[in-house]
Design a protein around this ligand. Structure first.
Ligand code: ZN
Length: 145
């Protein structure tokens, strides 16, 4: 089981997701889908001068995918694209590699227990892959499969 504090944070963010709304001023957007679980997410970014000025999401999915999108939006506001991609890389490593916690993940460390559940890793990373596509401006729908 995930430890209690971590589980509580994930539950809180899944029940009361932060930044869960369309973003009027968004100039980058991407949609993601995780067919394994049925999670869908849309990421909106107001991206200016290489900085994520504002970010939001909308979606329907399991608790882990919703909480991950919510915590991601909280973590990325004000970050440059390079910083966002570094964080994505660390987050992905935390979920897929046997190792100690990567530094600098802050609250995102609550997802470390998901590593024990390989089927849920895609739930946790969906929002992040979708964000990467939004920043790249590809506009193509993203699927985890
Ligand atoms: Zn899911």
């Amino acid at each position: 089981m995930l430890n209690d504090l971590y589980q509580e944070t994930i539950l809180d963010h899944s029940k009361r997701p932060r930044n869960c709304r369309p973003l009027e001023c968004a100039n980058r957007m991407a949609e993601g889908f995780n067919p394994l679980c049925g999670d869908r997410v849309k990421i909106f970014v107001d991206y200016e001068n290489d900085v994520v000025k504002d970010i939001s999401f909308q979606g329907s999915g399991c608790a882990i995918s919703t909480a991950s999108a919510s915590l991601m939006t909280e973590s990325l506001k004000g970050k440059t694209r390079a910083e966002a991609e570094t964080l994505l890389g660390r987050f992905h490593d935390m979920l897929t590699k046997e190792q100690t916690l990567p530094a600098g993940l802050g609250k995102l460390a609550v997802f470390s227990g998901v590593r024990e559940y390989p089927a849920r890793v895609k739930c946790a990373t969906l929002a992040w892959h979708t964000l990467k596509a939004a920043l790249a401006g590809s506009g193509e729908p993203i699927s985890t499969e």
